[in-house]
Design a protein around this ligand. Structure first.
Ligand code: 1BN
Ligand code: ZN
Length: 320
């Protein structure tokens, strides 16, 4: 065989291999929009100390100095772990008062090839001004400490932000801490931050999301929430399959996720988002006895409950 003939044969073989690799790459670039190494690391003690810190600030009630102090602390916690952190200000006229509120929005760019899937993780950072479910009528005009109802979801998200900084994932992540979720007393003055966010979505709005609310209860018991099951079933499937895979299901001796669906719908910050077309599932333990009482305190919560929810969420967002 001539020297030239060998040259063409070898060139053709290399060409075919290179084409194959190229095709492989372009396939993997599609997959890489959602594919990353699953994240399951979570410092539960650091998360729990963030829960305590929020409660130590005092009542995170819109229109108070404590609200502003807590807001600035939350921004400072997110800043080192996010690409951007912004305040989204809004206000509402309530009983002759113009009440100022701020959603806190952090973005974490994913490692996948654009266009990347965008996932929303959210929780409310305000606490309720009135303990209207307290068994003692004398306490019903007092504020709640909001250790579980408010601080727990935020604590999990602050720790997830740190973990994602250390272990980036393919998807873009937007973390939104909603203000004014629990102002009340009635529903027309609740979910204020999520209503505002849903009415002012960015052009590159999230594709789907997870809301965390009351996830710190020592005796964690989280079934699928019915409204989420009806509006964001694929998101629930993702979370519960993570919970199975990572052995985070409740047993006789362990707290955790439960393989059933509530027979009632819960109105929460996921409602305005689903109404705006973003499937968002609410991960919520609604069996919490101190709910909207002055007894919603740190001792009712545990670091392990924060870890259970945190790793389920991390796994759900870091796997295809
Ligand atoms: C959850 C925790 N929620 C309030 N605190 C949501 C809710 C809103 C529950 C209205 C019942 C009624
Ligand atoms: Zn509440």
């Amino acid at each position: 065989m001539s020297k030239w003939r060998w040259f063409w044969i070898i060139t053709t073989i290399f060409g075919v291999i290179a084409f194959g690799l190229g095709a492989g790459c372009s396939n993997s670039s599609v997959a890489s929009t959602t594919q990353s190494t699953p994240v399951t690391t979570f410092d539960r003690d650091r998360a729990f100390s963030d829960l305590k810190q929020q409660v130590d600030f005092g009542y995170r009630i819109p229109g108070t100095a404590t609200q502003v102090k807590t807001r600035d602390w939350l921004v400072a916690q997110l800043k080192p772990n996010a690409d951007t952190v912004d305040l989204q200000p809004f206000s509402k006229q309530i009983n002759d008062k113009n009440v100022p509120m701020w959603n806190i929005i952090a973005t974490l760019r994913g490692t996948g090839v654009a266009p990347r899937e965008r996932v929303l993780l959210c929780a409310h950072w305000d606490s309720r001004p009135i303990a209207d479910h307290d068994p003692d009528p004398a306490n019903r005009t007092k504020p709640i400490p909001g250790a579980n109802d408010g601080a727990s979801g935020v604590a999990v998200l602050l720790e997830i932000a740190r973990q994602l900084k250390a272990h980036p994932i393919a998807r873009d992540v937007t973390i939104v801490l909603f203000d004014g979720e629990d102002y009340g007393p009635n529903i027309d003055n609740m979910l204020l931050g999520s209503k505002y966010y849903a009415a002012h979505l960015p052009a590159d709005k999230p594709n789907w999301g997870i809301l965390l609310d009351m996830v710190g209860d020592k005796d964690l018991d989280i079934p699928r929430e019915l409204y989420s099951q009806n509006h964001a079933q694929a998101v629930n499937d993702r979370i519960w399959s993570a919970a199975y895979k990572l052995a985070l299901m409740k047993t006789d001796t362990l707290s955790g996720f439960v393989d059933s669906t509530n027979d009632y719908e819960i109105t929460d910050d996921h409602t305005p988002l689903n109404e705006a077309g973003i499937p968002v599932a609410d991960v919520i333990d609604f069996t919490y006895t101190p709910w909207h009482t002055i007894s919603d305190t740190v001792d009712k919560c545990s670091p392990e409950s924060l870890r259970i929810v945190g790793v389920a969420v991390e796994y759900a967002i870091s796997t295809p």
